[in-house]
Design a protein around this ligand. Structure first.
Ligand code: FES
Length: 342
């Protein structure tokens, strides 16, 4: 059983399942409600119920006064619908409206996805959540004012943890620590979200082109599109040196298998003999161009090393793609420390 919730003043309508918090339903359907803690404490998700009935299965949340409750205000991270609703919420319209926070995090788990790629899952304090858009990044704050930027690999509807894919850079101070010293329950500080690499709401087919761990923000974007039931064509091109570097190959294959609109095209630049590679080879942007010689009707999202992003940008422009439909997230490594350029 589900209810319809009309949101004012945007005019958006969402479906809310029985007992599903209204904020959760909104994020699932890519409607950008403001939020902070997602536990009824901070008051960021406050709005008004214009008509219909809501309930709080766990009692009135701490962040909502009796007075506000009686006067129709509601905390949508906790409220569930008991009928169709009309509500008033100030949706986030621009990325600049999302609050950038500095927060402590705990390392919840570490998992090697490839010999030089670590999945790091970060847990926020119980009463905190980080609002972000799929594709954005966070900074990890280090001693001496240093910081390292990493893309978020999960989507906001699934934000109990923050997922990072960290590649070990030879001689890189922080990434070496990730592979040698960092442990479960280690504490870090983060700042975010940052960046303007996020999905735009258009009806154009989307090309998502990633190089190496540039796959991370694209993973968040695809998970978001799947969650909201988006049926627009999505072409994921993922370039890497050899098969082992496509560290989430099976996951990408599963997306393509389960969703007719999602296509996965892996591209290797230096396949090993043991890879017995039958797929595409060469530069990933050249494979994209071969498949789409006219790019004037597409949206393109690129994430990876600057050489890949720059080569793609130049070639795609020449193929008719305008700047307004090209979005990129580029990162770079220096020899002795990791520096990120977003
Ligand atoms: S009270 Fe913090 S997000 Fe709802």
């Amino acid at each position: 059983m589900s209810y319809q919730v009309k949101i004012q003043p945007s005019g958006h309508t969402i479906e809310v399942e029985k007992e599903e918090p209204i904020l959760e339903a909104a994020l699932r359907q890519s409607v950008a409600f403001p939020y902070g803690c997602r536990s009824g404490v901070c008051g960021t998700c406050l709005g008004e119920v214009v008509s219909g009935k809501i309930d709080y299965p766990d009692d009135l949340p701490m962040g909502l006064s009796e007075y506000d409750h009686k006067h129709g205000k509601a905390l949508f991270c906790q409220a569930v619908a008991l009928s169709d609703l009309v509500i008033e919420v100030d949706e986030i319209e621009a990325v600049g409206e999302i609050e950038v926070k500095t927060l402590p995090v705990k390392v919840a788990s570490l998992r090697k996805l490839a010999p030089d790629v670590m999945e790091v899952m970060l847990k926020l304090p119980e009463t905190e959540r980080l609002q972000f858009l799929a594709g954005q990044y966070i900074d990890i704050l280090l001693p001496m004012g240093k910081r390292r930027a990493f893309s978020l690999a999960n989507a906001p509807f699934n934000d109990a943890y923050l997922e990072l894919h960290i590649r070990h850079v030879e001689g890189g101070e922080f990434t070496t620590q990730v592979f040698t010293e960092l442990q479960e329950n280690s504490l870090l500080r983060i700042e975010g979200p940052h960046g303007s690499f996020f999905l735009r709401d258009t009806d154009r087919p989307k090309i998502l082109m990633g190089g190496g761990t540039g796959f991370a923000p694209l993973k968040g974007m695809i998970e978001q599109l799947i969650q909201e039931g988006n049926q627009q064509p999505v072409y994921l091109y993922w370039g890497a040196r050899s098969r082992i570097d496509l560290y989430h190959y099976e996951l990408a294959e599963k997306w393509a298998f389960q969703h007719n609109n999602i296509h996965f095209i892996p591209v290797l630049s230096e396949p090993l003999e043991e890879d017995s590679w039958q797929g595409e080879t060469g530069f990933v942007h050249e494979v994209v161009l071969r498949d789409f010689p006219d790019m004037s009707t597409l949206d393109v999202y690129m994430s990876g090393p600057p050489a890949m992003v720059n080569a793609g940008a130049e070639a795609f422009k020449a193929a008719g793609l305008s700047n307004d439909h090209m979005f990129s997230d580029s990162f770079e490594y220096s020899e002795d420390t990791l520096s990120s350029m977003k």
